[in-house]
Design a protein around this ligand. Sequence first.
Ligand code: TZP
Ligand code: MG
Length: 222
Amino acid sequence: MSNLKNETLREALGVYFIMGSQNCITSPQKTLDLALNGGVSIFQFREKGEGAFVGTEKRQLAKELQAICRKNNTLFIVNDDLELAKELDADGIHIGQDDEDLQYVRREFPDKIIGISAHTLEEVEKAVAGGADYLGVGPIYATETKKDAKEVKGTTLIEQIRDLGYTIPIVGIGGINAKRTQEVILAGADGVSVITAISKAESPDKASQEIKSEVTQAKKIK
Ligand code: TZP
Ligand code: MG
C-alpha cells in the first residue's frame, strides 16, 4: 500500500466499529446507521459466536450493511471470511493469527486493506513483513465479547511497537469505551476498535460521537 493510502487509512481508523447481529440489541442495520451518523469512520462485519447468522442469512446481512457503509462513504471490512470479502468486493479483510496465512491473503487481495490481530512483538514483526496494512492490538482491557480472547495487556504492547519505530497504523481493541479512548491513542494507536460500547449503547450515535471526540482530542495532545 502506498504512503498516501497509508495516511488515509491511518485517518480512517479513528473510530473503528466492529459488529455482527449477535452484538446488537436492536437491528444491526439501524445500529450501524446510527453509529455512522455519530462518526464511525470504518466498519468491520464480524458475524461470529453464539447466535450468529451463517450461510445465506449472513451473506444477506453483509450486503445490507455494506450498502449502508457505501451510502455513508465508509470503509467496509469483512472479518475472516475470504470468500465473502471477494464476493462482495469489500474494501478489506481482517484476519486473526489462527486464520488464513497473511501472505496467502495478500496474494488473494493485492489491492485490499488487510488488517491482522497481533498480541506479541514477534507477531507484529511478521505482520509488517507479510504486508499487513494495519494491526489490531489487544485485548487492551477486559472484554466480555470475545470468549477466547488472550490475556489483557493494557497499552504496553502498543507503546513497545512505537518505541521500536514501527509506523504501521494500529488500532487498540478490547473493552474500549469513550473514557478509555485517550489512553489508547496517547499510547500510540491511530484509532480504537469498539464493539459493545457502540453496539449495545442506548444511543449508538451518541456513543460514537463521544468516542470520536476523545480520539480527536487525544490526537491534538499527541
Ligand atoms: N479481539 C480482541 S478483544 C475483542 C476482539 C474481537 C472484542 C472486543 O469487543 P468489546 O465489546 O469492544 O470489548
Ligand atoms: Mg478470526
